[in-house]
Design a binder for this molecule. Structure first.
Ligand code: ATP
Length: 532
């Protein structure tokens, strides 16, 4: 059962499904499937008295096993993908880890389910279909930017090999560099020598799958021609983030094809095959031990006993949403193994996983953001403490400031401000520019005032203004000033008496464009008189 615990955490038991391999035998009396039960589905075996392999059952018995869903012999690959793999792929896209593993006896259809059959395109298994689904989503989702990587690991006779290692073709399996498992201080495992290849699109990902499968087959032929005797873990690593965001979601999807779960004593094996079968049995035994310990909530879970359980540690009782497909054969000769597979699945269904949304800040983007914040805080601090920045303003910065000040003065909006940030040098420079402008205007006013004084013969209408520095190039010309004065005068003709005194008081208050320009409004009237 699934349930959201705290935000971004999903507590869920491992989901179990069963798939019955097609057979030519008449099996209608041997088993039955019911997918309409309130609690999910079930498969029921009717054990005949004589199973034909030396195993004798004295009483006819029915054995019923519950699953989330049971796929009978006619189920197709598309249906398997949509029901089992697609929901897991969706979770992986959302940032959660996922695992799908197939468990069952040899020849029961694990590889067919996970990788697929080679005869028809429609026989494609979970891996190629999931890759196609993931890349389709990645192409369509414009709100996220994704990167994908792939690894393909084989565990044979308790040794790990990298199936994507390019050297594999040229060598014998035992000559190859092996992948080793390291545990860090937090008990996370690190796989040394396992190559993780980037795959930008579906085609590249499929090429990697084919490369790995070719290596797997080559090694298989070198060692034995029977069936696959190794555990294989195909992993897709997904990293997604929204453009411009420093938060990244990293998730991984393990697609696992376990070696056959047959019992050694059942098969007349010898030599290499016996050695392989023993290794498989030992690793599956350790897998069972882990499953039992988890299902009984024991304090110690023996993950470290085998490489397979170490690698799948997160998938079993950890940060992962895990699904198991039990592949079963309902041929009379295989019934005992099939029931053993189902029994194992019932245990697995008790295991609770706690999947966490794998979201973190990207270190590179985080550093860039922290640097920006740091600079902004430094600016603020410099502002508060009055500490100027060390470097001088560049010529380019000065020119930009002059343009900014001019634009500011030309802006007719009374609320206009000068956006200078917190750089004290820029602020000082702007005040200096404004001071120069005001001084220039004062100088011009003095000249006008003198002339007006002469014309009227009074000489004391306006407060004398102090002498000032020379106006810079961008100060409006006398003609322009006159134009401004005249037009402003017309606008304010009715209130000129009040304005005359008020607007001339340029010594106090913040320096604002309208104040500088309006100062000599009343003078415009006098100027016009003079011109007349
Ligand atoms: N659902 C199915 N429909 C058609 N053919 C199937 C199906 N399942 C399995 N097969 C066929 O049965 C044979 C054995 O299947 P497969 O190799 O998948 O078994 P396996 O469990 O992976 O065996 P092993 O443990 O030896 O690796 C293959 O030829 C495969 O094509």
């Amino acid at each position: 059962m699934a349930g959201m615990a705290e935000k971004g955490t999903v507590k869920e038991t491992i989901q179990i499904f069963a798939r019955v391999k097609p057979t030519r035998e008449e099996t209608s009396k041997v088993y039955s499937v019911n997918n309409d039960e309130a609690a999910g589905a079930s498969v029921e075996f009717v054990v005949p008295k004589d199973l034909g392999d030396g195993y004798v059952n004295n009483k006819l018995e029915n054995y019923k096993f519950r699953f989330r869903r049971v796929f009978d012999q006619t189920a197709g690959q598309e249906e398997i993908f949509e029901t089992i793999a697609q929901p897991v792929a969706d979770r992986v896209l959302a940032g959660y880890n996922g695992t799908i593993f197939a468990y069952g006896q040899t020849n029961s259809g694990k590889t067919f389910t996970i990788t697929g059959g080679a005869r028809r395109y429609g026989d494609r298994g979970i891996i190629p279909r999931t890759l196609s689904y993931l890349y389709q989503h990645i192409i369509q989702d414009s709100t996220m930017v994704y990167t994908t990587h792939i690894s393909y690991l084989e565990i044979y006779n308790n040794v790990c090999y990298d199936l994507l290692d390019r050297q594999l073709e040229a060598c014998r399996l035992e000559d190859l560099p092996t992948v080793t498992i390291m545990h860090d201080s937090e008990q996370n495992i690190q796989l040394r020598n396992l190559s993780i290849q980037q795959s930008a699109n579906e085609e590249e990902a499929l090429n990697l799958l084919f490369l790995g499968d070719t290596h797997r087959m080559t090694a298989e032929t070198l060692l034995n021609k029977a069936s696959t005797r190794s555990h294989c873990i195909f992993t897709v690593y997904l990293c997604g983030r929204q453009p411009g965001s420093a938060t990244v979601r990293r998730s991984k999807l393990h697609l696992v094809d376990l070696a056959g779960s047959e019992r050694v004593n059942k098969m007349a094996l010898g030599g290499q095959l016996l050695t392989e079968a023993k290794y498989i049995n030992v690793s599956l035994h350790y897998l069972e031990q882990v499953i039992i310990s988890l299902s009984e909530s024991r304090a110690h879970i023996p993950y470290r006993n085998s490489l397979m359980t170490s690698v799948l540690r997160d998938s079993l009782g950890g940060n992962c949403m895990t699904t198991m497909i039990s592949t079963i054969s309902v041929d009379k000769a295989n019934l005992k193994e099939s029931m053993s597979t189902c029994r194992f699945a019932q245990r697995v269904a008790l295991i609770k996983n706690e999947a966490v949304l794998n979201e973190e800040e990207d270190p590179v983007l985080l550093i860039a953001r922290l640097k920006r914040e740091n600079q902004s805080l430094r600016d603020e601090l410099a502002m508060v403490t009055g500490e100027p920045r060390q470097e001088q303003l560049t010529q380019d910065e000065i020119q930009k400031l002059e343009v900014q000040v001019k634009d500011f003065l030309d802006d007719t909006d009374p609320e206009a401000t000068l956006a200078l940030g917190t750089d004290l040098q820029k602020i000082h420079r702007c005040f200096a520019l404004l001071k120069t402008i005001v001084s220039g205007l004062r100088q011009q006013l003095n000249i006008i005032q003198e002339k007006l004084g002469c014309a009227n013969g009074t000489g004391n209408e306006l407060t004398p203004l102090s002498a000032a520095a020379t106006a810079p190039d961008f100060i409006p010309s006398n003609r322009a000033v006159r134009g401004i004065l005249i037009s402003e005068k017309e606008e304010t003709e009715k209130t000129r008496d009040q304005d005359t005194t008020a607007q001339l008081n340029v010594n106090g208050g913040p320096v604002r464009a309208p104040n500088v320009r309006r100062c000599p409004v009343a003078l415009g009237l006098k100027l016009r008189k003079m011109e007349d």
